[in-house]
Design a protein around this ligand. Structure first.
Ligand SMILES: Nc1nc2c(ncn2[C@@H]2O[C@H](COP(=O)(O)OP(=O)(O)OP(=O)(O)O)[C@@H](O)[C@H]2O)c(=O)[nH]1
Ligand SMILES: [Mg+2]
Length: 312
């Protein structure tokens, strides 16, 4: 039995109340997909309400990024999509985040950075498409400096290049600029349009010429997307740590940077909590003994559950 439509709506309203516009749109899009398929009656009305909320949230995030060339960082991590014009950045952004962004079979369809939110294992990862880079970007070619600055502002980057002869040539040019401009972010290399006839051969050329692993992806054939999501999860170096309320129950995870300690976990729940820790117990990969007591500088792992006893 699905939940009554008005209960779903109330739950959603509560959930999105204090979210950023991008996160709101991502959560609502996910909810829309999970809805029973009715187009009339209470569920039809709920469907329409969700669609209106999504377009409102998208409008809001457009207004927020219109005034400056840089996109405001939101979510747990920001990852730049950087590559030559027309290599498929917007298509990938749309595929991964659902953000309705224009795709066109010509260069410079996207002229300002545009962002979408990807919910990944409970974390919010903001993807920012940087307008197409041209060789010579470091010398200012095609507003190159502003574009490189938008890449540099992110926490990590996906370098993208089309899996064609022309694409490889373009990518080689801008790769030099990215290196030359001192962009040294953790990164992934993605070969786009893996459905093109020579893609496999060109992929080998990419692999020979760049030391990074190259992930082939096709938005058209829906290939490589799961692998890309997992590689992105590795790239952003986040962990999920669950507050343990009572045995067997799981709360929403707290998202932390890899290497975070119990103190960081407490601070994330409430700024002042880390000074009031009396006892900590941990279940999960970071502790050999389930429920074992640990100190507050204990380093946590992805999937841990933590119970904090707090001094009043
Ligand atoms: N065959 C194929 N075509 C693709 C794929 N992804 C994108 N395209 C096409 O490539 C063209 C450019 O796609 P966009 O997503 O607009 O590329 P972009 O990198 O955002 O382009 P700019 O914003 O202009 O720099 C469009 O015609 C897309 O339909 C793919 O996986 N396979
Ligand atoms: Mg684009």
């Amino acid at each position: 039995m699905p939940m009554p439509a008005d209960v779903v709506r109330r739950k959603l309203e509560k959930k999105i109340r204090s979210m950023s516009a991008e996160e709101k749109a991502a959560v609502l899009r996910e909810a829309l997909q999970e809805l029973p398929g009715y187009t009339s009656g209470p569920y039809g009305r709920l469907r329409n309400w969700i669609k209106d909320e999504i377009s409102g949230a998208e409008k809001q995030s457009r207004v927020m990024s219109r005034d400056s060339f840089m996109v405001r960082k939101q979510g747990d991590r920001t990852v730049a999509l950087a590559g030559p014009p027309n290599c498929g950045k917007s298509s990938l952004l749309r595929e991964l985040t659902g953000r309705e962004v224009r795709v066109g079979d010509y260069p410079f369809t996207t002229v300002r950075p545009v962002a979408g939110m990807l919910l990944l294992h409970g974390a919010s990862v903001q993807l920012v498409e940087v307008p197409g880079l041209l060789p010579g970007a470091g010398q200012g070619e095609g507003s190159g400096r502003a574009h490189l600055a938008a890449v540099r502002a992110a926490d990590a980057a996906i370098y993208m290049g089309e899996l064609s002869h022309h694409g490889l040539q373009q990518f080689r040019g801008i790769h030099e600029d990215l290196e030359g401009a001192g962009v040294a972010l953790p990164r992934l290399l993605v070969g786009t349009k893996a459905d093109l006839p020579d893609a496999q051969l060109i992929l080998e050329h990419y692999r020979c010429q760049f030391s990074d692993e190259v992930i082939p992806v096709s938005v058209v054939a829906e290939e490589g997307l799961d692998r890309l999501r997992e590689a992105l999860w590795d790239l952003v170096q986040l962990i999920r740590v669950y507050p343990r309320v009572s045995r067997g129950e799981r709360e929403k995870p707290i998202i932390l940077a890899r290497g975070a300690t119990v103190q960081d976990f407490a601070a994330e729940i409430h700024g002042d909590l880390r000074h009031r820790i009396r006892e900590v117990r941990v279940w999960g990969p970071s502790e050999k003994f389930p429920g074992g007591p640990v100190s507050s500088d204990h380093v946590l792992c992805d999937g841990d559950e933590v119970h904090l006893q707090i001094r009043k």
